[in-house]
Design a protein around this ligand. Structure first.
Ligand code: NAP
Length: 282
């Protein structure tokens, strides 16, 4: 068996075209464009690339993006003041603080300072609380992209056994909650899980978000499963997923590649959330 490739790049491109139309409609009907502010503290090369990619994606579809560069040594108070200014700026509908932050700044305090109505990354405790209790709110971008990719297979999630490897606040936990909401039976695994192979071999849907390059091979995969590889680790200059693609592709029914799977979907869901925020914050 050879798995069907779930092409995140192509899907993201289709969704972005339709988002472009949504923005034109918003502009025609309401007379303004969605605005996204991205704060980058310091000069971390990877963060600079992520911020540039977000800026480029915004421009391509007509979202007004504003990048605020701050020095590595700024104080937490200065950063909080900037967030407060953006919270009160009517032309800004979404605010994102690029992580990680320098170690002298408390990330939780910074995320909590963002107005939940502008929390397009979906990391604010109010947003995550809403997700947990099933209320409407922004869904975090990577998990939202993962669910969209799974639905792209055309398979019904209801009743499926979904195994999520990883329990981070930005991927593992929220995606598990979202799979539960889609009526999957969900198992969450982590570094202390015993018999990981046996558990993951039972998964109809396997979401791997460990950050351990090429550690999940075909021995962990059930024949015909949907495999979503979230991992992105640079090894010798090349981006590697957590799944051994060349082996898994002969066992899975559907699989996402790295790159070209989850990555393009994450930015697309950020764009989508920013448009939702612009509709909500008239
Ligand atoms: P993280 O915060 O480091 O969490 C990794 C999780 O994997 C932890 O829960 C950890 O368990 C678990 N884990 C580590 N080694 C394990 C093992 N041997 N067996 C079972 N579980 C293990 O990472 P993250 O932020 O969730 O990101 C995960 C990966 O996704 C990274 O490669 C990251 O770059 C990538 N990512 C990609 C995107 C995208 O848009 N493509 C977005 C976000 C993240 P413990 O909790 O027990 O430590």
């Amino acid at each position: 068996m050879t798995a069907k490739i779930i092409d995140g790049k192509a899907l993201a491109s289709r969704i972005r075209s339709s988002l472009k139309n949504d923005i034109q409609k918003l502009s025609r009907e309401k007379g303004y464009l969605p605005g996204l502010a991205v704060i980058l503290v310091g000069k971390d090369p990877a963060s600079q690339i992520y911020v540039r990619n977000k800026e480029k994606a915004c421009k391509e579809i007509g979202i007004e993006s504003r990048v605020i560069y701050m020095e590595e040594n700024i104080s937490q108070d200065e950063l909080l003041r900037e967030i407060n200014t953006l919270n009160n700026d009517k032309s800004i509908h979404g605010i994102l603080v690029q992580l990680p932050l320098p170690s002298h700044i408390d990330e939780d305090a910074v995320i909590s300072a963002i107005d939940p109505m502008k929390d397009v990354d979906g990391f604010h405790p109010v947003t995550t609380g809403k997700l947990f209790v099933g209320q409407m709110g922004f869904e975090p971008c990577t998990p939202k992209g993962i669910i969209t990719l799974i639905k792209e297979t055309g398979q019904d999630i209801t009743g499926k056994h979904a195994v999520v490897i990883g329990r981070s606040n930005i991927v593992g936990k929220p995606v598990a909650i979202m799979l539960l909401r889609e009526n999957a039976t969900v198992t969450i695994c982590h570094s202390k899980t015993k018999k990981l192979k046996e558990i993951s071999k039972n998964a109809d849907i396997l979401v791997v978000a460990m950050g351990r390059p090429e550690s999940i091979d075909d021995g962990y995969i059930k024949e015909g499963a949907i495999v979503i590889d979230v991992g992105t680790t640079r090894v010798d200059g090349k981006l590697k997923g957590d799944v051994v693609f060349d082996k898994a592709v002969h066992k899975a029914g559907w699989i996402t590649p790295v790159p070209g799977g989850v990555g393009p979907m994450t930015i697309t869901m950020l764009l989508k959330n920013t448009i939702l925020a612009a509709y909500g914050n008239e």
